[in-house]
Design a protein around this ligand. Sequence first.
Ligand SMILES: [Zn+2]
Length: 540
Amino acid sequence: MKKNLLALFLLFTFVFQSSALAQTATKEKSSARNASETITAAQLKDYLYFVASDEMEGRDTPSRGLDITAKFIGMMLSRWGFKPAGDDGTFFQKIALSSDMVDEAQASVEIGGQKFAVGEDFFRLAGNGMASAPMVFAKDGWFVKSKNIDALAGVDAKGKILVVSGNMSRGSLTPFPAGITPKDLEGKKGVDWADPLTYAREKGAAGIILVASPQVQQNWESLKRFLGRGGMYPDKLREDTEKPLPTMLVSQKVSEAIFKGEAMDASSASAFEIKKSLSMNAASKSKTVYTQNVVALWEGSDSQLKSEMVAIGAHYDHVGTNPNAKTEDKIWNGADDDGSGTVAVLSIAEALSKSAKKPKRSILFVWHAGEEKGLWGSEYFNKFPTVPIKNVVAQLNIDMIGRSRKPNDANPKNANLSGEQEVYVIGSEMMSSKLGEITKLVNDSFLKLNYNYKYDDPKDTNRFFFRSDHYNYAINGIPIVFWFDGVHEDYHQPGDEPQKIDYNKMQSIARTIFLTMWELADLKERPTVDKQLPSELTQR
Ligand SMILES: [Zn+2]
């Protein structure tokens, strides 16, 4: 589960027509159910103690720990007779990541002959190349149509360098306008609203200067360490039109030089043209590193239906380590998030491979990388699929199913953690009534877990629908189901460790998902997409 980094970078109709279904369930009961029962708590525990061990160093994307986890999954899949479905007959779909570090020898900011020092006076935040142009003061740089906010009203930004200044709260280096709530940003980005970087690009600006707020200025030294590392992004996921403009964060010292002798300063209530020009070079050195999704196929038994697939997935990455953490434990193990999904999917694969019978449709397994970075692996897989993705009839996503709230737990951080035989189910009815029906029916006719639909709501303020890999399948037109245990005291903390997992709960959920997968794979007709994804859910 990805953290809700909200705006900046910024969920019953139940028709009981199930006699046919119930029959299938009874007829096939022995083989599918027998296979599901080979998934055990002990097995899940063995796998998770490996995947979430300290040696995996928190499975950051990219990292050696993540690569070792991928190799481990690939080795098991090979042993169990799966068909590799990644690149070139392998289990791996390679994803190239471009990392760009500032080129300190070349990066520059200069105003009227006065040169400033990289690291001391400014940081390169984004973009490449040079810009030299007159400046325009652009207030906080925002556009929000519903609130009549237009930071560039009255000025021509084309070809200019925009000087953006405002309240940099929420740990962001982009100012955020006062009085704006996430609700105001529900429309289409770039049309109904735009953050300063998007708006500047749309208006044809040449570059952006972000003036450090007093708060940011105070933390300049610690920013040095953080900003020195540079960013990293899957190059193929970025359109040319989305390439960022040269963007610099500048100190108060540079700000003073910008506004010196001008009629107005950064306190101005409206945008204005600054008489001076500024030259900058957002020089960077880039290098390419690689990570991977792990992709495998279990071929179906029906000569016709086997061209279609039921997809099942989890993200196998987490957030890595933090050598500067104030805690003694520097490793974010990610046992629940999403080691639990990773090994649940692995145990489902193992059970399938050892079953006496095969489901009719094929089963596609994808372990996604880079989920914690912004759902990279699932976006990449949906945009550059290694299988005919339109033949995927449904995607079942497992992200965090290992923790349970004990009845006497008074910790407010665990208030919304699901109970021992409970799990949140999200999205099952949002696109396909049939998928929703089957998801519910399988559970009702089997282990009868407490399926909690509380977050299955387009208006969910936690925005859980947007925060895991199923999202990229859903917007690609594939109906999804998402199983999730809820946030807890160790969510994105070094304490998310394998000894705190409820393995019996995991066993119950994994067995139920296994049977759901099988039921879907044996349906006569693929689940019809009979509902539009609610508009609140089509834009992240
Ligand atoms: Zn997470």
